[in-house]
Ligand binder design. Structure first.
Ligand code: B4P
Length: 195
């Protein structure tokens, strides 16, 4: 069993790396951004979710926490989970912690992808040319960064206190970042098998 959180600012490569980790280690990939986009298209909460995503603000915890909880309970498998974009504030982290306690498991590793705002913005604008995502534009990127700094980045301290954070240079190319993540997972697995 392995449960990993891929952490980092918007555009750091969370979605890209979470998909690679899920495939390699046979984990279930849970992206709160994707779950919210699906919910937006299929539920009465659609207009509310769209309003927050399009402005780069966090969708209210009352909605996100429930949606993620359902997905965790439904998808929790023996092999584990890889989270991308979740948790994004301290309330979500605490709720995830309690949920994992309920299923007698825990977050093993938080992979922090480090990337400058300038590089991340470049990537997001590039993706915006083809993604069709209404939040991949210059104006929204600015809000997404502001929200990241104010609400999400402080979570690192929460996980650092638990000794779970591995910092990785997210500015490298995709295979190089993935290689470093595999090294971090391997180190964690060796440490925990030696306990
Ligand atoms: P997300 O969908 O999570 O969007 P994001 O933070 O921008 O990350 P994303 O996964 O898209 O980008 P990535 O770094 O993979 O969130 C969107 C919105 O949903 C939020 O603003 C918020 O409103 C809401 N939301 C989501 N989760 C929430 C939560 N928990 N609570 C409340 N609200 C929530 O990749 C970016 C680009 O870089 C890609 O095009 C990729 O191809 C490219 N790339 C990746 N790695 C690269 C590399 N090494 N080199 C070059 N390019 C690379």
């Amino acid at each position: 069993m392995l449960n990993v959180v891929i952490f980092g600012p918007p555009g750091a490569g969370k979605g890209t790396q979470a998909a690679l980790v899920a495939k390699k280690y046979q984990l279930t990939h849970l992206s709160s951004g994707d779950l919210l986009r699906q919910e937006r298209d299929n539920s009465d909460n659609g207009a509310r979710i769209r309003k927050y995503q399009d402005s780069g603000q966090l969708v209210p915890d009352s909605l996100v926490i429930e949606i993620v909880k359902k997905a965790v309970v439904k998808k929790a498998q023996k092999s584990g989970l890889v989270f991308d974009g979740y948790p994004r504030n301290i309330r979500q982290a605490r709720s995830l912690n309690s949920l994992f306690k309920e299923i007698d498991s825990e977050i093993d590793l938080v992979v922090n992808l480090k990337l400058s705002a300038a590089k991340a913005a470049q990537r997001i604008l590039l993706r915006g040319q083809t993604s069709g995502r209404s939040d991949d534009n210059r104006q929204t990127i600015y809000s997404r960064f502001k929200v990241y700094r104010a609400q999400t980045a402080p979570l690192l301290e929460y996980y650092q206190k638990q000794n779970r954070v591995m910092n990785i240079d997210g500015s490298l190319d995709i295979p190089s970042v993935f290689k470093k993540i595999q090294e971090a997972i391997s180190k964690f697995q060796k440490q925990s098998s030696g306990k």
